[in-house]
Write a protein that binds this ligand. Structure first.
Ligand code: FMN
Length: 330
């Protein structure tokens, strides 16, 4: 086993966390990952009302007595408003969740410093997902407890600084003294070992967890993740300043073509609507919506249980580290 500041902070077996996933990171998958020794993720925006969100936290707690993270995404959205963000943070404090992965704008700027204070008072560990040193430094300054360093390889919305994981983790390690979690390009034991060598205190991954038995998406999508390779993702929506990494498919080609000819928000928004994504995950139509995935897709070759995945990853990471150590010559 490998002990890090993160395994100690949350008292977890493996330094492997799950990231936010809209429509996907819900109680069942979240609890399966936490029960397997990592840390699952409950993505708040999956729940519309205060009651639904609180129920989801309580449902997860019935499925696991282990810690899990909650994601609060503070990005421009038609559906999820500033009032939602404040409500999610308030419920997290009241329910005393273990930790929060904030993405997009930091809590102090989006909701006010009183929300940071409220969460700290409740004992909630506050993490910010960033793509740059300057955002990491800001988070540490306002009292966050940790950083997710998300490189351009990641699925979802990597920062348009476009810095790779290989450079971002050590740069952020140099700049802050709070724990750092490497994000982007992580999917197996080799990449876990590499992140630890870069100085990470844990890794976070999302795409890899989609191709697990417990993930509640259609089997066609899981099989598509196994079939496709690292070159099959692309960046979309740069032109509307909401860069996202998605799997190349018919919808994504259409978004790229619309952007290339200068089509604006009114043309792009219907193509990327959340409702389309939700339906695609359920029906298994791999062309119907932009499917957010990372370059780590190239490393996904199987559909194991979460327990099998985490055990295998840890074993492989330890083997790699031991191999390197055994071959050091003075
Ligand atoms: C299907 C999917 C949905 C995602 N939804 C969100 C989201 O709602 N909020 C967020 O901050 N990040 C979201 N992400 C990004 C992940 O939390 C994570 O930062 C990223 O996927 C890590 O890279 P990886 O997928 O290569 O492991 C999403 C990623 C995926 C794959």
């Amino acid at each position: 086993m490998i002990q890090t500041k993160i395994t100690e902070m949350f008292n977890i077996k493996y330094p492997i966390l799950c990231g936010a996933m809209m429509w996907i990171a819900k109680p069942k998958l979240c609890a399966a990952i936490s029960n397997a020794g990592g840390m699952g993720n409950l993505t708040a925006a999956n729940f519309e009302t205060e009651e639904d969100f609180r129920d989801a936290i309580r449902e997860t707690r019935q499925l696991t007595d282990k810690p899990f993270m909650v994601n609060v995404t503070i990005l421009p959205s038609v559906r999820v408003t500033g009032d939602h963000h404040k409500m999610y943070l308030k419920v997290c404090a009241e329910e005393k969740v273990d930790g929060i992965e904030v993405s997009g704008a930091p809590v102090d700027k989006a909701c006010g410093m009183e929300y940071v204070d409220m969460l700290k008072k409740a004992g909630v560990k506050l993490f910010h997902k960033v793509g740059s040193v300057r955002h990491a430094v800001h988070a540490e300054k306002v009292g966050y407890d940790g950083i997710y360093a998300a490189g351009i390889e990641e699925g979802g919305h990597p920062l348009d600084d476009d810095v790779s994981t290989m450079v971002l983790t050590p740069r952020i390690k140099e700049a802050v003294s709070i724990p750092v979690v490497t994000v982007g390009g992580i999917a197996n034991g080799r990449t876990l070992a590499a992140a630890l060598m870069l100085g990470a205190d844990a890794v976070m991954m999302a795409s890899r967890f989609m191709a697990t038995r417990e993930c509640e998406i259609h089997d066609n999508i899981k099989q598509e993740l196994v079939n496709r390779q690292e070159q099959d993702t692309t960046l979309i929506c740069k032109s509307i300043h909401l860069q996202g990494r998605a799997l190349r498919n018919e919808t994504v080609e259409c978004v790229l073509e619309t952007e290339a000819r200068g089509g604006g928000l009114e043309e792009i928004i219907p193509l990327i609507s959340g409702e389309k994504c939700r339906t695609a995950w359920q029906t298994g139509d791999v062309n119907a919506a932009p499917m957010m995935v990372g370059q780590s897709i190239g490393l996904i070759h199987s559909i194991p249980t979460c327990a099998e995945l985490l055990k295998e990853m840890m074993q492989e990471a330890v083997e790699r580290i031991n191999f390197v150590q055994a071959n050091i010559q003075s």
